[in-house]
Design a protein around this ligand. Structure first.
Ligand code: SAM
Ligand code: SF4
Length: 330
């Protein structure tokens, strides 16, 4: 599938639930209202829409959320999608998780054909972890990481850089990740959905972070890519990599190869724009399955050129998009 700007769309991210067992301050308000069950696609519907994308040429699928591993029965979807790896129709099946359920699922993921996962972790300080995630428990996440590595899953850490919260700790996180043979990717906060604090107070440019890190580490640019938006540098001292996802300080839309399906079946052609295509309506209509391919093609023909994220005081009360990251899936 080629979009109007000549970009090949080969990557689908699927948010399998908007629910989560954490309430990260930059992602959700503490008091979130979640979607009623009837509005959420069943696991079978999620699989049918994903399968249609695979037929249309998607080679990489990432499950996300909300927290994908809190969706009841999630392993049945993962196992079924794993069959597309076996048949060679899919190159990669992966997920982004907060790690809280990994002790339980790591072996199952590996058995389904998942090779690498992203685990989001913003701090190694238990108190700060509690402050950021509100409901999370760092020990449980660390146990999950151990289980994942023991199961043979390659782990990449995702860390949102938040001014005044973890900026003083990023160096330590690079060291820790390197010691565990994990790459680490830093992410700038994006203005998505209303939260309980001002985003402009928390935004930290990764230009600044990179500059600071280069005082302690020997960083060399590399053209390594994982199919996602991160730019990587090699860390000579650890032999691992640091990724930087900079939607604000550097726009990366020219190379965008992905679209996102929410758990309600809305297809977003861009994380930072509101235009969407309703796959639920299609799949739940008469002969819906047969109409999916055409609906996907039509949606891709509307993929916009890029996002218009800005974070400043003027925009604090009006985020670029009203939906939270947990809806579209990070
Ligand atoms: N619950 C899973 C997790 O935390 O990994 C998957 C979903 S979460 C929405 C995916 C990623 O988005 C996480 O790495 C999270 O830190 C990041 N994220 C959430 N809200 C964000 C925001 N406003 N700006 C930047 N990254 C955000
Ligand atoms: Fe949950 Fe992930 Fe959002 Fe944190 S970032 S609240 S873990 S969905």
């Amino acid at each position: 599938m080629i979009d109007p700007f000549g970009r090949e769309i080969s990557y689908l991210r699927v948010s399998v639930t908007d629910r989560c067992d954490f309430r990260c301050t930059y992602c959700m308000a503490e008091n979130m209202t979640f979607l009623p069950k009837k509005d959420v696609l069943s696991l079978e519907e999620l699989e049918a829409v994903t399968a249609a994308f695979i037929r249309k040429g998607v080679r990489k699928v990432r499950l996300t959320g909300g927290e994908p591993l809190v969706r009841k029965g999630i392993m049945s979807l993962i196992n079924n999608l794993g069959l597309y790896l076996q048949s060679g129709e899919l190159d990669e099946l992966t997920l982004t998780t907060n790690g809280s359920q990994l002790s339980k699922y790591a072996n199952g993921l590996k058995a389904a054909g998942v090779k690498r996962i992203n685990v989001s972790l913003d701090t190694l300080d238990p108190h700060k972890f509690k402050e950021i995630t509100r409901w999370g428990n760092l020990d449980k996440v660390l146990e999950g990481l151990d289980a994942a590595q023991k199961a043979g899953l390659k782990v990449k850490i995702n860390t949102v850089a938040v001014r005044g919260v973890n900026d003083m700790e990023l160096d330590e996180m690079v060291r820790w990740a390197g010691q565990r043979d994990m790459d680490i990717t830093f992410i700038e906060t994006m203005p998505m959905g209303e939260i309980d604090e001002l985003r402009s107070d928390r935004f930290l440019s990764l230009e600044e972070v990179k500059e600071k890190l280069s005082q302690s580490w020997t960083l060399t640019s590399t053209d390594y890519k994982t199919g996602g938006p991160a730019d990587y540098v090699d860390v000579a001292e650890s032999g691992t990599k640091i990724g930087f996802i900079t939607p604000l300080s550097h726009n990366f839309c020219e190379s965008c190869n992905r679209v996102r399906l929410t758990c309600t079946g809305m297809l977003y052609m861009c994380l930072g724009q509101n235009d969407n295509a309703d796959m639920k309506k299609i799949i739940r209509s008469e002969n819906g399955l047969e109409k999916l391919d055409q609906a996907i093609e039509e949606a891709i023909s509307r993929k916009p050129k890029g996002h218009d994220f800005v974070i400043d005081r003027e925009h604090d009360s009006t985020p670029a998009v009203g939906r939270h990251m947990s809806v579209t899936g990070g």
